[in-house]
Design a protein around this ligand. Structure first.
Ligand code: DAH
Length: 342
């Protein structure tokens, strides 16, 4: 009988070497250890053919063989499972040092960036922000701003009239009147908005953006204006940039000034950008005309104000060296991608 045990042992040892998966181990193991049909289990059934005096040692022999086989299969199973796990780890391995897929993110339009930057600067000086209206009536856009009908200054702006009374806002200055009608001094506001004029060339577009600033309080002077604008140009065009005020004319300010910024390209020495002068015209401003304060019920003997109007396209074109305003409106992604200040 012990040859039969040895045969089974040998059969197991021979078969085991070729098993490559835990499933194959399981199937092979069943051939021997299945309680009904397994070869080792079947040996027990032969007990009745064994001489009674040999039965004890036969029974022990079968049990030993069973234990031995079980141990073999358990060891093998553990080894194969470990290998399978290793293989799985290898396959699912993640290289954490591999650079991630590049995420393309959009950016804000240059005009919006400029608008946000300016709002940031003036908010820091305590200005509140109000949106401008795009459709105005003649009174707010002109008359209340000391530009009555027949005033020659109306010709400075080619207006789109919607009706004899209503028009597309030609300037954010109308926001000055709305604000002063609604609020008592002290006033410190910034009004961004779209404005419209019948004008179209390399530096003008029928629709463009302005940012109006208005401060009304006791004893406001041109010094306050210059101080605020100096902070503004330094933040937008860089440290060391300064302003100079030149006499000008706007009906709603007296005195009126044209504000130049020292050329941030050449530092004032003279270059192509500043046409050799060292200065670049950047915005219009002035001390609010007494008549405008009166039109809004504010006593000009008690209060004075300063106002300024910044053209956002112009400010942006200067900052990024853009020479044609159309580039800002064509939404060419190649252009827009180059202008990202965020
Ligand atoms: N509204 C003027 C324009 O569109 C710009 C301007 C000039 C605004 C002087 C002002 C100012 O507030 O004081 O040309």
């Amino acid at each position: 009988m012990s040859e039969r045990f040895d045969e089974i042992k040998q059969e197991i040892l021979d078969g085991i070497g070729g098993l490559a998966s835990s499933k194959a181990v399981y199937e092979f193991k069943k051939q021997f250890l299945d309680s009904k049909a397994g070869k080792i289990g079947l040996l027990m059934k032969e007990m009745k053919n064994i001489a009674p005096e040999e039965r004890a040692s036969f029974g022990k022999g079968v049990n030993d063989l069973k234990e031995w086989a079980q141990q073999r299969f358990t060891d093998l199973d553990e080894m194969i499972k470990a290998k399978e796990l290793e293989h799985r780890y290898e396959q699912e391995r993640i290289d954490v040092t591999e650079p991630g897929a590049e995420m393309k993110s959009g950016n804000l339009h240059p005009i919006t960036q400029m608008r946000n930057e300016i709002i940031d600067v003036f908010s820091g000086m305590g200005f509140e922000v109000f949106e401008n209206k795009e459709i105005e009536n003649d009174y707010y856009n002109f008359t209340a701003l000391n530009t009555p009908k027949d005033h020659p200054a109306r010709d400075m702006q080619d207006t789109f009239y919607l009706s004899p009374e209503f028009l597309l806002a030609t300037q954010t200055s109308a926001a000055q009147i709305h604000t002063m009608e609604a609020k008592k001094p002290p006033i410190k506001i910034l009004c961004p908005g779209k404005v419209f004029r019948s004008d179209d060339d390399a530096t003008h577009s029928p629709m463009f953006h302005q940012m109006e600033g208005l401060v009304v309080d006791k004893k406001i002077t041109l010094c306050d204006l210059k101080g605020m604008l100096d902070v503004f140009v330094q933040k937008i065009y860089g440290e060391g940039t300064t302003t100079r005020l030149r006499p000008s004319y706007f009906p709603f300010t007296e005195p009126s000034v044209e504000v130049d910024v020292s050329c941030f390209e050449c530092g004032g020495k003279g270059c192509k950008l500043c046409k050799g002068t060292g200065w670049i015209e950047i915005l219009g401003a002035g001390i609010v005309n007494r008549k405008v304060l009166q039109n809004c019920g504010i006593d000009p003997d008690e209060y004075s104000g300063l106002a300024f109007g910044i053209g956002l396209e112009r400010a942006t074109m200067l900052k990024y060296g853009i020479n044609n305003i159309k580039l800002l409106f064509e939404s060419d992604i190649k252009v827009l991608e180059q202008i990202d200040n965020n």
